[in-house]
Design a protein around this ligand. Sequence first.
Ligand SMILES: NC(=O)c1ccc[n+]([C@@H]2O[C@H](COP(=O)([O-])OP(=O)(O)OC[C@H]3O[C@@H](n4cnc5c(N)ncnc54)[C@H](O)[C@@H]3O)[C@@H](O)[C@H]2O)c1
Length: 333
Amino acid sequence: MTSTPKHILVTGGAGFIGSHLVDVLLTSGHRVVVVDDLSTGDLKNLSSAQVTAGDRLQFMHTTVSNALGNFNAPRFDEIYHFAAAVGVRLIVQHPSQSIETNIYETSAAIRWAIRDGAKLLVASSSEVYGKSLRVPFSESDDVLFGPTTSARWSYGYSKALDEFLALAAVAESHLQTVIVRFFNTVGPRQKGEWGMVLPRFIQAALAGKPLEVHGDGSQQRCFCDVRDIVPALIQLVGLEAGMGRIFNIGSDAMISIQALASRVIRVTESISQIQNVTHEQVFGKIFEDIQVRQPNLERIRSAIGFAPVIPLDSTIADIARSLRGAHHQEHAA
Ligand SMILES: NC(=O)c1ccc[n+]([C@@H]2O[C@H](COP(=O)([O-])OP(=O)(O)OC[C@H]3O[C@@H](n4cnc5c(N)ncnc54)[C@H](O)[C@@H]3O)[C@@H](O)[C@H]2O)c1
């Protein structure tokens, strides 16, 4: 229990990263309001939190902009803004709705933080670096997007606009905000439906189905367990020197997608095979993938000593365990 319980809003708190943060905030004794439209989130993600927290957890099933006009409770001390249309596949399939969600809902979260004098964490993305070739990516690097005729870049553009909006509010309204660029974050509760690679691979491995690798699988990514990420988010919001700044967050240990698929098969002891499919087969059109995506973590290391410790094999095993558990529950019901 913390000595000074805070009143905290988590937008998108029924989603993957948000719900893990909610668990930790409640365990620390804070009062938490979750605003989530359940478009990709799931109330089940909050079920253990609901049991332990009682009336310290309030859930509002709506969008951020709707909630802003209809919430009359005491002001928030902190706002963590995760609500967004997440993932390139979702954006490619529903471009206008996704772009609007990412921009308008962030604008609402910023207005809410200014109104309450709350500290705001904005969830941005490594997609903001676009197809930059300057690896590892540093927060002050130039970014390189593809043309607006390719919908896949609109996720990165929309997250970049979120950053512009937040930084403009720092200059114009003295907003206290920290912007976090997530690299691939993984762990239990992440859904594979919208293309997130690790849960998709583990679901296939558990079902004995082929693990579909897009392209030749030589793309390199860095995966970090959400349980390493969440404490760092709380530290960043508490760091005065972090206000108005952007931080990369994730792991910098690279693995190719082909090697990731093999790793999943090994850890889950699956009989599945790897199947390489073209991006055009998956997305139905020309798709420009990013070959290497790795964060430079110097800034977050020197700010809060960030050092992820959970090995990828443990994360894979935990995700597999939680998916098997969910499967048993569904079939027992
Ligand atoms: N997981 C990653 O690897 C990763 C990488 C880069 C950036 N991010 C960012 O982190 C944040 C959280 O992502 P996640 O992986 O937990 O995804 P998620 O889809 O599990 O979480 C997003 C949540 O926002 C909710 N939501 C969507 N639109 C909303 C709206 N208009 N109003 C209220 N709620 C809404 C969804 O229902 C969901 O619960 C997002 O902003 C995402 O862009 C995540």
